[in-house]
Design a binder for this molecule. Structure first.
Ligand code: NDP
Length: 487
């Protein structure tokens, strides 16, 4: 059995307690993990506070910080096969996806490495003749980075990259489900040569570890990815410290197909949108909104593709859909699918767990036309697609926006003017036109409504990890005039 350690103040240690991690493909225990409790969290935050104000990190030039981030990116790339295998082993995410995604994680660190010396203040054309006034961008402070189980390396890179570029120090809390890749990543941080305490990596349970971290008075900013109800708890926890928050939450993203679209291409994109990553993706295009005249043709195409998907061991490069990360997750999906069928949704394909060991669930399509189906409203975070049809463009918009979420969306049409109208009317942080599930470190990412607030990716994300200091320098040698009048 493999044994992992937490990383606090540059030291690898066992943690206050231990817990077992299950292999989602078999349901068997495969590793022992360190459980951080309140005392560990406190030490991690204090180490990050110390590293923020003293020692090598605050004295380092932005260029030198950038070099450290470049080194980390190179190490992530060199160790991609090990990291990918650990993520697959611990979360069930297929090796085909983790291998590709981790190479891309290195690019995120490279992007932010290149931004470190481009975070600039400004000189102000101030309305007073005897003053020079400028602003400095300073690190916001200690950042708590909290990620869910899916894509822990990726979701932490979009927080750590800009936070370190801005000069912050970080405590990363890996999800208790599948923390192995992040705990291993800490070894690369160490090898890259970051000063002790700049990056600390812990894992543990939400109500104890996550809660202690988000209530800690030493934390200045909480960068959170997870579900909306946990996010509300995190915001409540931060009420005393007044830490700022950025929240990347769930979604119920519409995938809209017009009759004039390239249906074969749209069907492939829909497979990517709902069955890739076994549907455990915040941007999953889980609501297919299809023009009625092509509904039957499109569903035939999709059904054939869904039933041809290779389900198997996530460690096999040929596998396309692996297990869900936890049994709890599969139970949640089974419950909502059963309630949806009960409400009148028709099963096009799937709708059951795969017999045998592991937490597998069949790629599922539910026809929800004319039905109030729970699967249309709730985020399932699994390979389940709900289908609705429309006759007019206005109906398509109405269906697309009929959700409390607003993370991503897809529009498939060859009509340029219509594509532009849809882009304006859809309430979501991302609109993909004739494509789906494309990401880049250069492009902002984030949601409307219950999908969160703040944006990850791009230059703006690095600025979000800074605060502005305004400097006033008087250039006159004359004595200060009337001290009772504000100048
Ligand atoms: P949760 O909200 O349950 O957990 C997210 C993280 O918060 C985990 O590390 C969890 O720890 C931790 N946590 C739990 N309770 C607390 C607490 N009281 N205080 C502080 N931290 C806590 O999310 P899920 O695990 O269910 O993840 C799936 C969700 O994440 C989905 O809604 C999905 O859409 C969303 N997501 C959003 C993305 C985006 O970029 N918008 C990307 C990926 C996922 P632990 O796991 O140890 O309990």
């Amino acid at each position: 059995m493999q044994r992992f350690q937490q990383y606090i103040d540059g030291v690898f240690e066992d943690g206050s307690a231990r817990f077992d991690s299950l292999d989602p493909a078999t349901g068997d225990v495969w590793a022992s993990m360190p459980e951080a409790r309140e005392e560990d969290v406190d030490r991690a935050v204090k180490a990050a506070e110390k590293a923020l104000w003293s020692g090598a990190w605050p004295a380092m030039t932005a260029t030198a910080r950038g070099k450290l981030l470049y080194r980390l990116a190179d190490l992530v790339q060199a160790n991609a096969p090990t990291l990918a295998e650990l993520e697959t082993q611990d979360t069930g995410k297929i090796i085909r996806e983790t291998s590709a995604q981790i190479a891309y994680v290195a690019d995120y660190y490279r992007y932010y490495a290149g931004l470190t010396d481009k975070i600039e203040g400004a000189t102000l054309a101030i309305d007073k003749a005897d003053m020079d006034v400028w602003t400095r961008r300073e690190p916001v402070g200690v950042v708590a980075a909290i990620v869910p189980w899916n894509s822990q390396l990726f979701l932490s890179a979009v927080k750590l990259g800009p936070a370190l570029a801005a000069g912050c120090t970080v405590v990363v809390k890996a999800s208790e489900d599948g923390p192995a890749p992040l705990l291993e990543f800490a070894r690369l941080v160490h090898e890259a040569g970051f000063p002790n305490g700049v990056v600390n990596v812990i894992t543990g349970f939400g109500p104890s570890c996550g809660s202690a971290l988000t209530r800690h008075p030493g934390v200045a900013h909480i960068a959170f990815t997870g579900g909306p109800s946990t996010a509300a708890q995190v915001v409540r926890n931060s009420a005393e410290s007044l830490a700022t928050t950025s929240l990347e939450l769930g979604g119920k993203s519409p995938f809209i197909v017009f009759a004039d679209a390239d249906l074969e291409s749209a069907a492939n994109a829909q497979v990517a949108g709902i069955f890739a990553a076994t549907g455990q993706s915040c941007v999953a295009g889980s609501r297919l909104i299809i023009e009625a005249s092509v509904k039957d043709r499109f569903l035939d195409l999709l059904k054939a593709k869904a039933e041809a998907i290779r389900i198997g061991s996530p460690l096999d490069m040929r596998t396309e859909v692996g297990p869900l990360c936890t049994l709890r997750q599969r139970d949640h999906i089974e419950k909502i699918v059963a309630a949806s069928i009960e409400a009148g949704a028709k099963v096009v394909t799937g709708a059951k767990a795969v017999d045998g060991e592991g937490f597998y669930y069949l790629p599922t399509i539910l026809d929800c036309d004319g039905v109030t189906s729970p699967s249309v409203e709730a985020e399932l975070f699994g390979p389940v697609l709900s289908v609705m049809s429309f006759e007019t463009e206005d109906q398509a918009v109405q269906l697309a926006n009929d959700t409390r979420y607003g993370l991503a969306s897809g529009v498939f049409t060859r009509n340029l003017a219509r594509a532009h109208r849809m882009i304006r009317k859809i309430r979501a942080g991302i609109v993909w036109v004739n494509t789906y599930r494309a990401v880049s470190p250069i492009a902002p990412f984030g949601g409307y409504g219950q999908s969160g607030q703040g944006r990850e990716g791009g230059m703006a994300a690095a600025l979000d990890y800074t605060r502005t200091k305004t400097v006033w320098l008087r250039t006159s040698d004359d004595p200060i005039p009337d001290p009772f009048v504000m100048r």
